[in-house]
Design a protein around this ligand. Structure first.
Ligand code: FAJ
Length: 693
């Protein structure tokens, strides 16, 4: 079962091939051999997960095969896992052959643009892959390629930025605490269950973390806490409305791949030899540790190929009707709402007309329509409206966009990929992750203050064309392969010129995907006046116009300081970080710091009275939209976005490769998504330089 857990923690199905494995092996394996392969691969993952400080060696990998005749299969699994960043990745020493060519021998160059998490991960991974495949270049009489990272800023991390506070404390802070504030990403989601950053953060860097609790008190505009019952019924109503909009969600893509025998895999057992002794993958492992041969996968011995092995290309579609949900009135009654006089229990709401009224319906329009229709069935008070809009604000935070900017069918297209388990924050600052990626096990070649102005890449038309990257100060760097990780906001702005221009399918995806905004105001104090045992609290906001029952009238203000984080656990200083989401995030870009400070001060005074709320020692306001190196915060699915757009963002154009959160459709808008995109792009670059495994 440790093997099963290891596969799951690696985001792989322990009982079925990954689409990449399927592509590599489907034509060569018999049904029983799939089970053998999966047992071998799961066992290798176990070795890695148990100790990610040490790379899994080829000998250890061979040991995962129960019989010598499966060594060939083990080598395929080993190479596939390494190439795709499932083992031997991150800040770990990798097995390296001594350099077998002269130092003056030819060397290719891979240029990575951007030293955020995706750029540093791809550079780190490429260094590792080049070292583990050094024989490829030795055979060519070359040195393994060098990797150069060009970063426009004077710091690493990009949207992961633990900014040092101006106001220092006397002496040093205890333990791992640092005098910093998270300007960008702060939360590591599903930390202990499948988040690949766990391997680096805990397994390799040994960083301390604070597990978050979701205990949350929401304070109303009069400063009084909302009672639990009111909070609960509004949360349930919001969830019900959200579920009803799920009817219009595009169906997720499905991949059918070869499956093994569940029962045998559960017990890490191989099928009995009978029936597949004709197995034809040659044993490739050098039992005497001699030089390896290339895998020879022989065709033609396949028997009993299971049906349904084709990958389903299922493009997303809008689900029209998905059975009859419980009537809205009955659902509301069950939640504890009082039905209005004359409302029958079977009375419901219907969102079809509004959903179909536009070519690109938005989540916000349909949810607000649902709220309005619910108002016909139950008495929704202005306070309930403030609470429902608080939930809107929370959705606007998660997507970095007002709900009226989100696609109805695709806003949650990554649903189902989230990791289980508690969320956490890194004690002492998230920047320790990019710092580790840059420095361990050896320092990457990161060049700061290199603002890339244009990329003259090779789209394959003329194989002799030299690829050049030009910085705004005129410096020109030649490259064989380029990895572009500048954020979607930068790509949208046209700040970087592409020569030749990007093809229509790529530019189309860049134009259609959304790139949103979230801002924060950070307040540093001498002493906490809030409940320091809690991680956060919420604030409700008034409607910005007279009609407090009209959902549209809350849009402008609902995201202002709607959630306030207690950051003292990670920084060691009494500090609050208030979020400004949705339209409020945009407003913060135009509002001066003093006005924002006055506003939040008044809210805090009302909330914590009779306690005295002092003036903060230090105030920081983020304004990510103005930042020329990001121009916003993270990607979202806009109404015009098409189901394949995230995948198209990840596709290379000739020798120009793309990484970054907006290229990771399974985990967009996150640090782990950026990390996974870095691993993926490294495999793409290897494919270009070396070919398939
Ligand atoms: O906690 O995982 C967070 N946790 C998280 N990601 C967040 C979160 C959000 C979240 C929480 C839970 C679940 C999902 C999301 C919410 C929020 O609290 N938080 C967050 C908050 C803010 C204010 C921001 C800005 C972001 C987040 N994110 C998103 C992640 O930070 C990003 O997805 C991730 O860090 C992106 O990494 P990346 O490698 O794709 O991109 P960058 O921007 O870090 O790196 C690009 C580099 O290129 C930069 O260093 C830039 O300077 C450089 N560059 C740009 N143009 C250039 C250039 N260099 C040279 N020449 C040029 N022309």
């Amino acid at each position: 079962s440790e093997c099963i857990e290891a596969a799951e923690a690696s985001r792989l199905d322990p009982y079925a091939l990954h689409a990449g494995e399927h592509q590599l092996l489907a034509d060569m394996l018999m049904h029983k051999e799939v089970t053998v392969y999966l047992n071998i691969r799961n066992a290798m993952l176990r070795l890695w997960i148990q100790n990610p400080l040490c790379s899994v060696t080829i000998e250890e990998a061979a040991g995962c095969a129960k019989e010598g005749r499966f060594f060939g299969l083990a080598e395929v699994a080993y190479k596939w896992l390494i190439r795709n960043g499932y083992i031997n990745f991150g800040c770990t020493e990798v097995p390296k052959e001594p350099l077998a060519v002269k130092k003056s021998a030819k060397q290719k160059t891979v240029v990575v643009i951007g030293a955020g998490v995706s750029g540093l991960t791809s550079a780190r991974q490429l260094e590792g892959l080049f070292a583990q495949n050094s024989e490829h270049w030795t055979d060519l009489g070359e040195r393994p390629p060098r990797v150069v990272v060009l970063e426009g800023r004077t710091r690493i991390g990009g949207r992961v930025y633990s900014k040092p506070l101006r106001s220092q404390v006397e002496g040093s802070l205890p333990g791992n605490l640092r005098n910093t504030v998270e300007m960008g990403a702060m939360i590591v989601t599903g930390f202990e269950h499948g988040n690949p950053l766990d391997t680096i953060i805990r397994g390799q860097l040994g960083l301390h973390y604070h597990l978050l609790t979701d205990a949350l008190t929401i304070y109303d505009t009069d400063g009084k806490p909302v009672d639990e019952e009111t909070d609960t019924i509004n949360t349930e109503l919001y969830t019900d409305i959200s579920d009803r909009t799920g009817e219009y969600r595009a169906a997720p893509q499905q991949h059918n791949t070869l499956k093994g025998d569940d029962e045998l895999i559960d017990r890490a057992r191989d099928p009995i030899a009978d029936g597949f002794e004709g197995f034809q993958l040659e044993p490739l492992f050098p039992v005497d540790n001699a030089k390896h041969r290339k895998p020879v996968l022989k065709r033609g011995r396949r028997r009993n190929a299971p049906p349904g092995t084709e990958k389903l290309t299922g493009r997303s579609r809008v689900i029209e009707e998905s059975g009859a949900p419980e009537s809205a009135a009955r659902a509301a009654k069950t939640m504890g709402w009082q039905l209005k006089e004359g409302v029958a229990k079977n009375q419901s709401i219907s969102l079809h007309r509004v959903a179909q009224a536009s070519l690109h319906p938005t989540l916000g329009t349909i949810m607000d329509e649902a709220i309005e229709q619910y108002q016909e069935l139950i008495d929704i008070t202005p306070r309930d409206m403030r609470l429902l809009n608080w939930h809107h604000a929370n959705l606007e935070y998660a997507n970095a966009a007002p709900v009226s900017y989100l696609s109805l069918s695709g806003h949650d297209q990554d649903t189902g990929n989230e990791f289980e388990g508690a969320h956490s924050e890194i004690v002492g600052g998230y920047t320790q992750l990019p710092r580790g990626l840059m420095n361990l096990p050896t320092k990457l070649d990161v060049r700061f203050d290199r603002i890339v102005d244009s990329i003259h890449y090779n789209d394959g038309q003329d194989p002799d064309l030299k690829t050049k990257i030009v910085c705004i100060d005129g410096e020109v760097i030649e490259a064989d392969e380029v990895v572009m990780t500048a954020p979607l906001g930068v790509l949208k702005s046209g700040a970087v010129d592409f020569d030749p221009p990007l093809p229509g399918w790529k530019q189309g995806a860049i134009d259609r995907l959304g790139f949103g905004l979230l801002n924060k105001i950070v307040l540093l104090y001498d002493e906490p006046f809030w409940d320091d045992s809690r991680d956060m609290f919420g604030l409700l906001n008034e409607a910005d116009k007279q009609d407090s029952l009209n959902p549209a009238h809350y849009a402008k203000k609902r995201g202002r300081f709607y959630l306030i984080w207690n950051a003292s656990k990670i920084s060691g200083r009494p500090m609050l970080v208030a979020l400004m989401a949705g339209h409020s995030a945009y407003e913060a870009e135009q509002t001066d710091t003093n006005s924002l400070l006055n506003d939040i001060n008044n809210r805090l005074k009302k909330t914590f009275a009779p306690k005295v709320v002092p003036a903060p020692k230090e105030v920081i306001v983020t304004r990510w939209k103005r930042d020329p190196f990001t121009r916003g915060t993270y990607s979202y699915v806009a109404p015009e976005t098409r189901p394949g757009d995230y995948d198209d963002m990840a596709e290379p154009v000739g020798n120009l490769h793309f990484a970054g959160e907006a290229t990771c459709g399974t985990h967009p808008a996150t640090v782990h998504g950026a990390f996974l995109s870095g691993l993926r792009v490294a495999a793409d670059v290897m494919q270009s330089l070396v070919g398939s495994i």
